[in-house]
Design a protein around this ligand. Structure first.
Ligand SMILES: NC(=O)C1=CN([C@@H]2O[C@H](COP(=O)(O)OP(=O)(O)OC[C@H]3O[C@@H](n4cnc5c(N)ncnc54)[C@H](O)[C@@H]3O)[C@@H](O)[C@H]2O)C=CC1
Ligand SMILES: CC(C)CC(=O)C(=O)O
Length: 367
């Protein structure tokens, strides 16, 4: 991988490699763009096939956060961390504390939170070493686990996309195929079940599938069968790149709306589904609920205020679909334009985020 060529192509600011032999920490912090403010994005722990795959994931996810935070109207830039390792076997206290010290060393340019493979308990360990972490336990005046709020935002965004496709935002009786029933999708399924949707689920974790079958009356299918099932809505809620050359020909859904980051393998796959008449709710617009929620901590967490902002996801999905129809462009492009326009507007009045010795997070303890 020609790293600087890649960084230049998408204009990344900084990549930090963190190594701590004692704890086994191997982490990559990618900071994409801090025009709007410090980079906020979660930490993913995953067993990557190669170091190159881990670097690529960190970079793609960090850029996604720049667009997510901008489109959500947050005054935050985009960054993300990946920790290389198996979250079921390789975690230890020293690892997250060492990672916390690396974050502290960035002096506020990057703020972390949960993502796949990390939990509130992990964030609490990071918090032992740095204030630049969100999604820690509510006992610290924090917002806790972001997944239920992400799920609520996805549910609202899915309704907005359904309205454009079916003429009503009611999901009653709609058949929804959910890929991955982890932290976010479990909570999403709860909302969908309560509204009377019929669920088809899959996961590589059999326990997660069993829970969805038992609690929501979902029908279970094998992981590779989910793309081709007869359904109204496909909700990708596992990992990225599931909308690709292999899966697109199998899709029967009229709407794609789910929580996963980086759902399109390549942008041309967004063009393809647009040509097929599928309404795609852009990933970083629909799954912004979690980051909106944790970002509220920067003002002293207020759940009511955070949830009010999460509600705007419905309008943002409507807006993106409107722009797509008006300009005859795919929704992913409409979302990119919306985010880029906001960053450009702010670029004129702000340069790189600079720490001024008094970070906004320092307010959290005083309330
Ligand atoms: N947790 C949050 O608040 C947010 C999460 N996201 C994204 O949403 C997605 C889900 O996140 P979480 O629910 O937190 O993660 P999670 O790890 O709790 O859930 C993911 C689930 O997908 C399953 N899975 C993995 N590969 C699979 C495959 N090939 N087929 C079927 N199932 C598979 C896993 O077994 C797991 O149950 C991720 O892409 C994440 O980056 C985005 C925004 C916020
Ligand atoms: C989990 C969120 C709090 C932040 C994030 O990394 C995301 O939205 O993907």
């Amino acid at each position: 991988m020609e790293i600087f060529k890649y960084l230049e192509k998408y204009d990344y600011e900084q990549v930090v490699f963190c190594q701590d032999k004692q704890s086994g920490l191997k982490a990559i912090i990618a900071i994409h763009d801090t025009t709007l403010g410090p980079a906020l994005g979660g930490t993913r722990m995953w067993t990557y096939e190669s170091e190159e795959a881990a670097i690529e994931d960190a970079l793609r996810l960090a850029r996604g956060m720049t667009y997510k935070n901008a489109a959500a109207g947050l005054n935050l830039g985009g960054g993300k961390t990946v920790i290389i390792g198996d979250p079921r076997k390789d975690k230890n206290e020293e690892m997250f504390r060492a990672f916390g010290r690396f974050i502290q060393g960035l002096n506020g340019r990057y703020i972390t939170a949960e993502d796949v493979g990390t939990t509130v308990a992990d964030m609490d360990l990071i918090h032992e070493e740095t204030d630049y972490v969100t999604g820690i336990s509510p006992a610290f005046g924090s917002s806790g686990n972001p997944s239920p709020v992400t799920a609520y935002g996805v549910y609202r965004g899915m309704k907005a996309a359904a309205k454009a496709a079916f003429g009503t935002d009611s999901l009653e009786g709609k058949v929804i195929a959910v890929q991955g029933v982890g932290n976010v999708a479990y909570n999403l399924c709860k909302h969908l079940h309560e509204e009377g949707a019929q669920l088809i689920v899959t996961d590589i974790n059999k326990e997660a599938v069993k829970r969805a079958v038992e609690e929501f009356g979902a029908r279970a299918v094998e992981p590779d069968e989910i793309y081709g099932v007869d359904c109204d809505i496909y909700a990708p809620c596992a990992l990225g790149a599931t909308i690709n050359d292999d899966t697109i020909p199998q899709l029967k859904a009229k709407v794609i709306a789910g929580a996963a980051n980086n759902q399109l393998k390549e942008t041309r796959h967004g063009d393809l589904i647009h040509e097929m008449g599928i309404i795609y709710a852009p990933d970083y617009v629909i799954n912004a609920g979690g980051v909106i929620n944790v970002a509220d901590e920067l003002y002293g967490y207020n759940r009511e205020r955070a949830m009010k902002k999460v509600e705007t996801i419905y309008n943002n999905i409507e807006k993106v679909i409107e722009i797509s129809k008006r300009d005859g462009i795919p929704t992913y492009l409409a979302a990119d334009r919306m985010a880029e326009e906001r960053i450009e507007r702010m670029r004129n009045s702000r340069s790189q985020f600079l720490q001024n010795g008094h970070h906004i997070l320092s307010r959290r303890r005083t309330r």
